[in-house]
Design a protein. Structure first.
Lengths: 224, 224
DNA sequence: TCTGTAGTGTAACATTTGTGACACTAATAT
DNA sequence: ATATTAGTGTCACAAATGTTACACTACAGA
């Protein structure tokens, strides 16, 4: 019944039998949902942990005008909004609806904390998940706080660069990098070209050579 | 000895006696530090929970050029980087040094998870702290993701506006708003002027009247 | 009331980025 | 080997923002 949970990050390191025993020790429900069913609205209070067992869900973030901003699919054995289960704003960050029929494992908050207390592996896994979100978002904020394309490039290169090395292998196309930075590809190419002109870097297709590390660092230094 | 921890968010809802018993049930150390002592470098692995009992600490985020970007003070009974204790990048996000002599409560990770398991209030408190960080950072990212000044204005106004009202009292000067948005004041004024021209808003010194709410919302809707 | 400070409005010019387009190169699929 | 797709380089023009400067208005303090 819970075989899929062997693959869930929350239960990493546990066998199916162990998982089943843990879950059967706490109050839980199996909720069935049908195709196109709305499971939760953005802003609704979250009362329970929800882990997808079967089927497919969709999370939509809605903006002021009603146009959906971001759509994200959820497959088993993903947990719904793990980092919003606790905290001062424990509300659904998205509209949650079904893309198929399926099943969700439901554990109310108090029972979920009991589950966490009962096995240090599960507790550590959950703390890793939530803390990992913080670390991911912190990194994203650092990236978003760079305003100019030159800063974004410098930051990216300095982050990818191994200490003591002066070149790096690119595993990302310029097009992909532009998407990642949220900028226009031709603008990215133009800025790279300018940095090449200025003899800061040499940009080959799969490799970037740092010609003047100090200049690269100074680009970011102007942030203060 | 642990009286100050009565005020720590981690131990919210517990009495000093309860806190003392819990801490004495796990392995812990009291680390003394002296003025100006460096306690950790940015990038060092985090092995232990650290809660400040006495004294004052300073966290500095250093950028590539060596210029410090952000300085933050820590007072008792704050916990050092609570959201970085677990997770895939469990490293100090800052240089940590002392502004005075003092004492820190040290609990290694495994013992810290034992502490969390042993009292559901402490566990819930810790989950609230870390999850709250996610929620705070998510909100910050939403703000940072607006690229144009018009979007920032629209977002700010829609956030400040009481439902059903069509005007709001400004408790922030344009100059202050420009600083908050990280944009040039004349550029902000120009954009406001344009929105007035377009009959979206009327901007008086201490009051803004929304003339066309739909247009304001559409500004944000163009994000997709 | 007068003076100094803070905030505001606007202009000219400079800089950066976006957009749409096209030609060329490299990689992948048939 | 050829065709298709993806990525790259660059251009002209448009849009948005920054910078510097100055005049004017509002507010607070002496």
């Amino acid at each position: 019944m819970f075989e899929i949970l062997k693959l869930a990050p929350l239960f990493f390191g546990l066998e199916v039998q162990e998982i089943t025993i843990l879950i059967n020790k706490v109050l839980h429900q199996i909720q069935h949902f049908s195709n196109n069913e709305v499971l939760a609205f953005s802003g609704d209070r979250i009362e329970k942990a929800m882990i997808l067992l079967e089927g497919k869900l969709k999370g939509e973030m809605i903006d002021y005008s009603g146009i959906s901003l971001k759509i994200e699919g959820l497959d088993p054995p993903q947990m719904v909004a793990p980092a919003f289960l606790f905290g001062p704003q424990s509300i659904f960050p998205v509209n949650l609806s079904a893309l198929s029929e399926g099943k969700i494992l439901i554990i109310y908050k108090n029972d979920f904390t009991s589950l966490l207390s009962s096995d240090s592996r599960v507790l550590t896994n959950y703390l890793n998940i939530v803390s990992g979100k913080v670390q991911f978002l912190s990194h994203k904020i650092a990236l978003l706080s760079y305003k100019t394309i030159k800063e974004k490039i410098a930051s990216y290169l300095l982050n990818q660069l191994n200490p003591g090395s002066s070149s790096l292998i690119m595993n990302q196309s310029q097009k992909g990098l532009a998407e990642m930075f949220g900028v226009a590809r031709p603008s990215l190419a133009r800025t790279i070209s300018k940095m090449e002109e200025d003899k800061i870097i040499r940009w080959e297709r799969n490799r970037v050579i740092i010609l003047n590390l100090k200049s690269l660092e100074l680009i970011l230094g102007h942030l203060a």
